[in-house]
Design a binder for this molecule. Structure first.
Ligand SMILES: [Zn+2]
Ligand SMILES: [Zn+2]
Ligand SMILES: [Zn+2]
Ligand SMILES: [Zn+2]
Ligand SMILES: [Zn+2]
Ligand SMILES: [Zn+2]
Ligand SMILES: [Zn+2]
Length: 231
């Protein structure tokens, strides 16, 4: 009798449905600190999932002979997260053959002829190490040189993937950088005839020519050009 009573006591009482069901299906809390890329090669490409995020490869990566540049930056104690936000760096660093050599390369800052090594001078804008100076410099990975951030700030175009003159701007119309000057004038492409695109191009060009050289013959010109102009 004893066991039966015990069963009756426990079943409908305290813990009816509770313990087993609502346990979470996901046991992985998605660890934030385990970089992993799907590379089979040496990770020396901006497609590497680790490099893209500015991370050195970890144990779970399957790469072989890894040359992820951020592995080297990490060795040099450089702030990889900040470095990865620099487009100029990201557009260049995967192409540099001898990154260690580049980092140890000496440069002379023009403000007071101080000699610096690149590894101490990025990411971001850095001040001349000379106490009395205070000049601000930024390294351009495109030109392998330091630019005077106060007077001629570095100007890397993320679309053209290149550092241009500090007065350059990117034109959305012709999708190129142009010299915009300090006042920011328009791209000279606005004065150029529209680019020929297939069949419509010749017509567009013709219309443009008509606007600019409109004269007595413009009517006749347009009539002819539609059917016979090019045949
Ligand atoms: Zn990789
Ligand atoms: Zn990796
Ligand atoms: Zn790797
Ligand atoms: Zn200086
Ligand atoms: Zn650049
Ligand atoms: Zn333009
Ligand atoms: Zn551009």
């Amino acid at each position: 009798m004893a066991p039966k009573r015990a069963a009756v006591d426990t079943e409908p009482g305290t813990s009816g449905k509770a313990p087993a069901k609502p346990t979470p299906k996901r046991k992985k809390p998605s660890p934030p600190k385990a970089p992993k890329c799907g590379c089979r090669g040496d990770c020396r490409s901006s497609k590497c999932g680790c490099g893209k995020k500015g991370e050195a490869c970890g144990d779970s990566c399957k790469c072989t002979g890894c040359r992820n540049p951020f592995k080297i930056l990490k060795e040099f104690n450089i702030d990889c997260v900040e470095a990865a936000q620099d487009k100029c760096l990201m557009d260049n660093i995967f192409k540099i053959e001898d990154l260690r050599g580049r980092l140890e390369q000496s440069h002379e800052l023009q403000c007071c002829e101080t000699s610096v090594q690149l590894k101490d001078m990025f990411p971001g804008v850095v001040t001349c190490p000379d106490d009395d100076c205070g000049c601000e410099w930024q390294y351009s990975w495109c030109s392998n040189d330091f630019v005077d951030e106060e007077n001629r700030p570095r100007n890397h175009c993320g679309i053209c993937r290149h550092c241009g003159d500090y007065r350059d701007a990117h034109c959305e119309r012709c999708n190129k950088c142009y010299f915009a000057g300090l006042s920011g004038f328009e791209c000279p492409c606005k004065d150029r005839p529209p680019k020929p695109k297939g069949g419509m191009g010749s017509l567009g060009l013709m219309l443009w020519a008509m606007q600019h050289f409109a004269g007595d013959d413009s009517d006749r010109l347009s009539d002819e050009s539609e059917d016979e102009g090019f045949f």
